[in-house]
Design a protein around this ligand. Structure first.
Ligand code: G3P
Length: 217
């Protein structure tokens, strides 16, 4: 399973990249705003800065909601850097734009996916990635992981090449469950990745090994 980090924070991206386990980055307008990145020029520069840190795909989201606007924005984003993936909302014009970009060999990520039918449409349109939002479904008492399982089943039935990018991952158990279900990619905050490191028996075991070494040296 690929590990993407869901942030526009350069320090967190560097941290995950330095661990050697990072495969890409996802961003969205809310994450950009959280880092105080505003204005189209600054936003474009920030995408390039992210691409220069990570070896892998970087999802950059359009803010237009009409086909022409999405195509114009997506083309400008794709020209920024070869690692850019054009992130499109799961609406009718977003699907049309997804087909437009996939026909031209430009990578896409269809976002805000909350149902198997939406994921089926994204695959039909040739999306590189489909992003089911697990945490936001859990937030409304609906099983987000079940959506990942349903999409995996449908995609496997027809050998769709669209990769399932489990998004809105909030914590380590989401990561582990996504891996069990066969998600191709997960994207979450740095804490959902570093949390996987922790186990009290690792800490106490290491402490004892070091103490025993000191006794003999
Ligand atoms: O990748 C989608 C993500 O940014 C949404 O996460 O935690 O805001 O639901 P969250």
């Amino acid at each position: 399973m690929k590990f993407f980090i869901d942030t526009a924070n350069l320090e967190d991206i560097k941290d995950a990249q330095d661990m050697g386990i990072l495969d890409g980055v996802t961003t969205n307008p809310s994450l950009m705003a959280k880092e105080g990145i505003t204005g189209i020029d600054n936003i474009m520069k920030h995408y390039v800065a992210i691409c220069n840190i990570v070896d892998g795909d970087v999802s950059a989201e359009v803010i237009s909601t009409d086909f022409e606007g999405m195509v114009k924005e997506g083309e400008a984003l794709a020209e920024l850097h070869e690692q850019i993936v054009v992130k499109l909302p799961m609406i009718k014009d977003g699907i049309k734009a997804c087909k437009y970009f996939s026909d031209r060999g430009i990578k896409t990520n269809v976002t805000l996916v909350f149902s198997p039918g939406q994921a089926l449409l994204a695959a039909k349109a040739g999306a590189t990635y489909v992003s089911p939002f697990i945490g936001r479904l859990d937030d409304i008492s609906t099983d987000g992981l079940n959506l990942v399982a349903e999409i995996r089943h449908i995609y496997d039935n027809y050998a769709f090449e669209t990769q399932i990018l489990a998004a809105s991952v909030r914590h380590t158990m989401h990561v582990i469950d996504c891996a069990k279900l066969g998600a191709d990619v997960m994207t979450g905050p740095l804490s959902s990745i570093t949390g996987l490191l922790r186990h009290p028996l690792t800490d106490s075991g290491l402490e004892k090994f070091l103490a025993d070494y000191k006794k003999g040296n």
